[in-house]
Write a protein of this length. Sequence first.
Lengths: 358, 293, 254
Amino acid sequence: MRYLFKTRYQQDLALMRHGGDRMSYGLLLVVLLLIPAVLGEFYVGELGAVFIFAITGVALMLLIGYTGLVSLGHAAFLGIGAYTNAVLLEKGVPFVITLPASGATAALAGIAIGIPTLRMSGLYLAIATLAFGSIVGTVFQKWTAVTGGFDGFAVPTPTIFGFPIEGATGVYYLSLAVLLFVLWISVNLLRSPIGRAMVAIRDSEVSAQSMGINLSLYKTIAFAVSAGMTGLSGALFAHYVRFLAPDSFDILLSIQFVTIVFVGGLGSLHGAIFGALFVRLLPQAIAIVRDYLPSAIGRMPGLEPSIFGLILVLCILFEPAGIYGRWQKVKLYFNSFPMYRRTSFRRQRAYARSERLR
Amino acid sequence: MEDAARLLQLVVNGAAAGCIYGLIALGFVLIYKATEMVNFAQGDIMMLGGFFAFSLIAHFGLNYWVGALLAIAATAAFGFALDAVVLRRVIGQPQFAVVMLTLGLGFMFRAAAGITWGYDSVGFTTPFTNRTVHLGTMVLGEDSVSIIVGTVLLCAALYVFFSRTRLGIAMQAASQNQLAAYYMGIPVRTIFSLIWAISAGVAAVAAILLSPVSMIDVNMGFLGIKAFAAAVLGGFGSIPGALVGGIVIGIVEQLAGYFLPAGFQEVTSNVVLLATLILRPQGLFADTLRKKV
Amino acid sequence: MSLFAAQELAVRFGGIKAVDSVSFEVRQGEVFAIIGPNGAGKTTIFNLISRIYNPTSGRLMFDGQDITTVPPYRIAGLGIARTFQNIELFSNASVLQNLLIGRHCHARASVGSQLLFLPSTRRAEVSHREKVEDVIAFLELERYRDTLIANLPYGVRKIVELGRALCIEPKLLLLDEPSSGLNVEETEVMGFWIEDIKKDLGITVIMVEHDMSLVSMVSDRVMALNYGRVLAMGTPAEVQGNPDVIRAYIGGEA
C-alpha cells in the first residue's frame, strides 16, 4: 500500500494525488490517442460513442450522484444540443461557435426545467423530468420546419479552422477532447464551493440551508451545468449518427443514461466512465457472444434488452455501489492481501434520497 | 344538438380511456402506499396480463370469461412471485434504486414477451367487440361502456374487500404502520406480496378491458407513463384520487385531440402532469409534509 | 447589551399554538439555555430563529437588525450557526468536507471562476482550509479529518456538527440538545467545549437542553418553557427552584 504524506493544503486541491496517478492517467491518454492508428474504423467509431455517452454520464452523475436530483429526461437535452448544432451548421455558422452554442441552449433548457421543479422532492422530480423529456421528444417530431420531422436531418460535416472533422476518427478525437474538458470542469466544480453545496443538498437540505446554501440557486446551477454538458454531448452525437431522427431522443435513451450512472456507481466520476463503457459495449459483447450460442438462443430478437435489464436488476440487488464500487473492493483486496475483511465495506446508505410522499 | 352529442361521446370515450389509466394508476398507488416503492414496470405487467389473456382465449380457445379470469389469476400469481423473489430484497433501499430496478424488470418483461409472443400486435374477440349501445341520440361503442362498467364493478369489489374483509383491513394496517401491524401478528411480508398480486391482477383487468379497443403489443406498457399523470394528479397516495385523475386525463386528452391541432393530444397527459407538479409540487390532494429536524 | 431578542414570538400549526408570545433577550457573550418538557416548543424556537418556519406574529432581532423575514440561507451569513437535535451532517462526505461546507457563507468566488478553478478560487480554498484546520485543532478532530461521517461513532459526529457550526465563525451559536445521545462522560466533555467556545472564542450560545447537569454547568441564564409559553427566566438555580417549573416537569395540578 502507498502511504501519502501531505505537507501542504494545496495537495488536497491537486488534480492528481501523486506521481503514480500522473503516470497511469498519462499512459491511458497515450493509449487512447494511439487507438485510431491501431484499431479498425468500426471500433474507433464505437469508442467515440463511448466518449459521447461518457460525457452525458458525467453530466448526469453531477446531477444524480452529487446533487441527488434524479432526471429521467436527459435525452431531451441531448436532442436539444444535437438539433441546435445541426441547424446552426446548416445555416453556415462555424463549428467552433455551434458547439458551445449547443451547450448553452441545452443549459438554458436546463434552467427552464430546473426552476419550476425546484420544490419537487425526489420521486416527483423524476416523474416531472420524464414528462418534460417526452414533451420535448414530441416537439422534435412535430416541429417539422426546424427538425425536418420524420424525414430526418442530415448533419453537415464540421470544420475547425478549415480542417474538416470527418469519419469515425475525427469524431473520436473531438469527443475525447470534449470529454477531457467536461471532466476537468467537473473536477473543478467538485473541489470548489459549488460542488460542496451540491453534496450538501444531496445529503440534507435543511442543514444545507442553515449553512448558508441557497437551495434554489444551487439546484438551478446543477441543472444548468448538467444540461449544458449533455448539450455538448448532443452536438457530438449528431456527428456520430450523421442523420438525426426525431424519435431517437426518447425515454429509452434517458433510461440508458440513468443506467450509466447507476451501474457505474453513484457518486464518482470514475463510475460515469465505467458505466458508459458498460452501456455502449454491452450490445457489442452480446453481438459477439451471439455467434457462439446455439442459433435458437442466439437468434432471439429480444436477447439484448433482456440482458440489459437483467444486468441492471442484478446490479441493484447485489452491488448497489456499481462497477466502480466493485473495482475499489477488488483493489483493496489485493492491496491489503491477506488482511482483507469482508466488513471493510459495510453497506451504507446509498446516495439517493428516500422521502415518503403521502 | 349535434355538437352536444358529439361532445358527450368524446367525454364517454375519454372516460373509458381514463378508466384504463386510472386502473394502472391504482396499481401504482396500492404498491406505493404499502411499500413506499414506485413500480415503473406496472404498465409492462399490464402488457403481460394482456398476452396471458390472448394465449388463453385466442390460442387455447377458452371461453372469454373463463380465459379472462384465468389470465387475471395468472397475472396476480406473477405479481406475488415478483415481490417474493425480487422486490422484497430491496425494501429499505433508496427509492431511486427501486425505480431503476423496476425499469430493469420492465425491460426484461418486454423482451420476454417479445420472445414468447413476437413483436406484432395481436387481439382476440370479446363479447363487446364492434357492438354499439343506443342511448337516445347517442351511439356508444359497447367496448367503451364495458370498460367503464368493468372499472366501476372492480372498484366496488376492491372497496368492499379493503373495508369489510379481515385480509383487506390487515392490508390497510400494514400500509399505515408496518411495525405496529407486525406486532399485531399480521404477516407483513406476505401481505405485501398479496398487495403486489392485487395490483398485478388489476393491471390484467385493465389489459382485458382495453383489448376490444386497442391491440395487445409489447410496447403497450408505455401507457403506464400516462397512468403516472393520473396518479400524480390524484396525489399519489389516494386510491379514489388515482381513478379520478385517470378519468380527468382521459377526457382532457380526448377534448385536446378534437379541439387542438394535431400533436397536442400526445403531450396532453404530460403537460397536465407537469402543470400539476409545478402548481402543487407535492401532488394535488396531498398534504405538504416537511422533514422534522 | 443584547445580541439577540425575540419579541412576542408566536407560531401556530393548524390550531395548535406551538410557541405563544415568547419574548427573551440574549446578552452578548452569555450562554442562554432553554429548558422544558417534550413538546414545549424549544426546537420550534430554534427553527423560527434559523427561519425554517415563519412566525405567525412577533419579531426577531439580531445584532440590531430585524431578521424576521430574511430567507433561511442568509441566516448563516449574518452570523447565526446551529446544530440539530438528531445530527444533520452530510453523511456521505468526509469530516473535512463537512467543515468546509461550514465555510460556504464566506465563499465569494463567481460560478465561472469555480468552473475554471482560477488562481483566485485556489487561494480562497487554501484560506478556507486554514480556517477549518483551526477548528479541527480547537476540537481535536485531527484523526478523523478524512473519515466519512457515516463511519463515525455518534459522539464524534456531535463534535463534528459543533465544528461545522464553528466554521461559520458565528456571533451566535444555537445548540439543539448538545447532550442527546451522549453518555455522562461525553456530556461532560461537551460541557467543556461549550465553555471553551464561550471563553476562548467569545461566541454567544443559545442551547436547548434536557440534561440539567449540563445546563447548570455552562449556562448563565435559563428560560423554562411549557406548552409554548414562558414559565420562568433567571439563573439556573432560580429556575430549578421555581414551583411552576417543578410542576411542569413532575406533572399534576398540585
